[in-house]
Design a protein around this ligand. Structure first.
Ligand code: GLA
Length: 359
């Protein structure tokens, strides 16, 4: 029997407290509270669709993003071999239960397969070959899920971390120049003209990064590239963004006539850090009351802003399901537990959840 079911329902029932048990299972989910706003999604691995998380997912969410299964490394490990099992499993689950799917992602500088940038002699491929490989990859993947995936993150994180530079100096850029971005969108649009196509990035609320993302979006839009919108990843924390920064970002991007999606939402209980480091001995492993309070305030604030932007925002996705497992447990401080989501380590709604749904 499903462990989550036992913990949240049968245990209190067996303990004779039926109404307590029922009160722990929300009768409505996030997707229902936000039915008149935007789809509410979650990033998943194939495992979460078989285990205890699956009940929670079906109750709370109406959209899925494969956390890793559609990235180029996992799905296209060798030039002439694709690995479909995990990605197909997620799409099949979504189809069986009437959920939407966001595809993630088609072109990124991380989690790329080893063969991608190399020629037969082990040297670097030419621009012509790399664009041909990109085209073949995008055409194959997007066509396979045509009609089943409503939106794609086409290019991920192309802006440099260094605020004095524009594009990240990735191998994509070194080999192809700026062209690869527009090309990726064109290939995706050719493969599925009905799919919504997004550029996706992090720290987009910080003014200097926001302006560089805006510049890229404007260039693409002005050049007639088939882009629907921009994904604000929203790997945030209890310290940022401020209300002003967040509103300014959505205003700025939507002023281009583009849609905005929140694509990877989580609210870390630690300040943002980018570089890996060892855990400090003073770093606690429990969620302190103060952290939880600040997180509740932050979730309430950002969701109230999201609701104000109902017209501009057309999707919102959380990055992972519950605090039991989140990528932030390992990043950027391996072994430091984080608690960034709306459901606790037992899969139960946290205080922040009730602030998000009671409006
Ligand atoms: C970025 C990527 C995601 C994921 C997260 C960390 O935001 O877009 O796919 O890898 O980093 O999990």
């Amino acid at each position: 029997m499903n462990k989550l079911f036992v913990i949240i329902f049968l245990f209190p029932v067996m303990a004779g407290n039926r109404s307590f048990a029922q009160s722990l299972i929300p009768s409505k989910g996030l997707k229902d509270y936000y039915a008149n706003y935007f789809p509410i999604g979650v990033a998943v691995s194939p495992r979460s669709l078989n285990g205890p998380d699956s009940i929670l997912i079906l109750r709370q969410f109406n959209s899925l993003t494969p956390e890793n299964a559609m990235k180029m490394g996992p799905i296209h490990p060798e030039e002439h071999r694709y690995y479909w099992k995990d990605a197909d499993g997620i799409v099949d689950f979504a189809q069986a239960h009437g959920l939407k799917v966001r595809g993630h992602n088609l072109c990124w500088h991380e989690q790329t397969p080893g063969w991608l940038f190399k020629n037969d002699q082990g040297g670097q491929v030419t621009k012509e070959v790399l664009l041909q490989r990109l085209k073949e990859h995008i055409t194959t993947v997007v066509s396979r899920y045509k009609g089943k995936i409503y939106a794609w993150d086409v290019v991920n994180e192309a802006i440099d971390d260094d605020s004095t530079r524009f594009l990240r100096n990735s191998l994509w850029r070194q080999i192809c120049g700026e062209d690869f971005i527009a090309k990726a969108f064109e290939y995706a649009h050719q493969a599925d003209p009905d799919a919504q196509l997004f550029y996706n990035d992090y720290n987009t609320e910080r003014p200097e990064k926001r302006e560089r993302v805006y510049k890229l979006l404007k260039q693409l839009r002005d050049a007639g590239v088939p882009i629907t919108g921009v994904g604000i990843q929203a790997h945030w924390s209890i310290y940022e963004p401020s209300e002003k920064e967040l509103r300014a970002t959505i205003d700025r991007f939507s002023s281009l006539g583009l849609k905005v999606q929140i694509t990877e939402l989580d609210i870390s209980v630690y300040p943002w850090e980018k570089n890996k480091r060892a855990r400090r001995p003073d770093e606690s492993d429990t969620l302190t009351p103060e952290q939880e309070q600040r997180q509740t305030v932050q979730y309430k604030k950002v969701f109230s802003i999201f609701r104000d932007y109902k017209g501009a925002l057309n999707g919102l996705t959380f990055w992972n399901v519950t605090d039991r497992h989140t990528w932030l447990d390992e990043y950027p401080v391996p072994g430091r537990k984080n608690y960034p989501l709306l459901f606790d380590t037992k899969g139960l709604p946290k205080k922040a959840y009730w602030e998000v749904v009671n409006f």
